[in-house]
Design a protein around this ligand. Structure first.
Ligand code: G3P
Ligand code: MG
Length: 244
């Protein structure tokens, strides 16, 4: 299998052990000896790439409104940790730059999910790719992935040398054609839509197949043994890191 990256990846930085998409989550992943993390990157109202999953602030911060209408100064005042537990109160919404720096300091490989808000697909793909190139300059780069074909195409145009993953919920019948068109390295699909046929297709095409989000340790081990390249998990407390 042409997959050289970690085979168990902490989902949204630190999985269930920390508030999602935070620096505290990256530290948790490293504390649990993880070598790979996934996180989501969206543009702020000022066009700055920041780590956040939803297009709105309510679920994971004490702010209100849309991320793409919130300035960097306003974002800096938000608490992105208190909702998870008192010990994380005051945890900031990290910039992509801060997350990259911490990943490098902790020796974490990253799958950067480009998560554009509606209407910002190409701009987000381009900016995240250009910033990733800069942030990981001279180092092994992260893997960029996205549900948005437009974002992936823009990332490819901006920084073609960075590896890309095609992210889907349910793989469409023509997934391989789409993947090749965007020159992607890997296919990332939901556990709910993973099946033997897909695994065989991916194997025949020599495309690493990644599955999210796998929280049952036995299921994860079975998937990895069957030839799945990597799984994303929230349960970094239950799943040990897997030897490369
Ligand atoms: O990249 C895998 C996974 O993170 C995709 O779904 O919604 O958790 O970003 P989501
Ligand atoms: Mg994600």
């Amino acid at each position: 299998m042409n997959w050289v990256y970690p085979r168990i990846i902490a989902h949204r930085c630190g999985g269930a052990l920390a508030p999602e998409n935070t620096l505290a989550g990256l530290r948790k992943a490293a504390e649990h000896s993880y070598r790979g993390v996934e996180f989501d990157v969206m543009l702020s109202g000022d066009g700055t790439p920041v780590l956040i999953h939803d297009e709105t602030l309510e679920r994971t911060t004490d702010g209100r409104g849309r991320v793409d209408e919130t300035s960097d100064a306003e974002l800096a005042r938000l608490d992105a940790g208190g909702w998870h537990g008192a010990q994380f109160a005051g945890e900031p919404v990290p910039s992509f730059g801060d997350a990259a720096e911490l990943c490098q300091a902790l020796g974490l490989w990253a799958n950067v999910e480009i998560k554009p808000s509606r209407g910002h697909e190409a701009e987000t793909g381009r900016k995240v790719a250009l910033e990733a190139r800069e942030l990981w300059s001279g180092l092994p780069p992260p893997l960029l992935s996205s549900f948005s074909l437009e974002a992936l195409a823009a990332a490819r145009e901006a920084a073609p040398e960075l590896p890309r993953g095609l992210l889907v919920v349910e793989p469409p019948a023509d997934w391989l054609k789409r993947l090749r068109r965007l020159d992607c390295l890997s296919l990332h699909c939901s556990r709910r839509h993973f099946g033997r046929r897909l695994l065989d297709e991916a194997r025949r095409a020599e495309v690493p197949l990644l599955v999210y989000t796998v929280n049952d340790p036995d299921d994860a081990m079975q998937l990895l043994r069957s030839g799945v390249a990597a799984v994303f998990t929230d349960r970094i407390d239950l799943l040990p890191d897997w030897p490369a």
